[in-house]
Write a protein that binds this ligand. Structure first.
Ligand SMILES: [Zn+2]
Length: 86
């Protein structure tokens, strides 16, 4: 997968309301969503918090291979059904 595709895929995952975002692993940040960037030819995740230098190069395979639109569609449909029945 090209780096720009990887970044696009991770951004989709990070914005999806129905999955848990990849978050900063530092003890001082609480559930801060990481941001994908290209550095030295590879994609890494960095924490956007000022003064936090948390970085990770591990990109979970389940995030890279996830069908995020599919997740949003199926959960969106379930939520609509529940709303119609109430
Ligand atoms: Zn952080």
């Amino acid at each position: 997968m090209k780096n720009e595709k990887i970044i696009e895929q991770i951004e989709k995952w990070q914005k999806c309301d129905y999955v848990h975002a990849l978050t900063c692993g530092s003890n001082t940040c609480d559930n801060v969503a990481l941001v994908p960037i290209e550095k030295d030819g590879i994609v890494i995740l960095v924490c956007p918090t000022k003064n936090c230098d948390y970085k990770q190069s591990y990109l979970p395979e389940c995030v890279l291979s996830a069908d995020v639109e599919g997740i949003e569609d199926s959960i969106g449909n379930i939520i609509n059904k529940i709303k119609r029945n109430n």
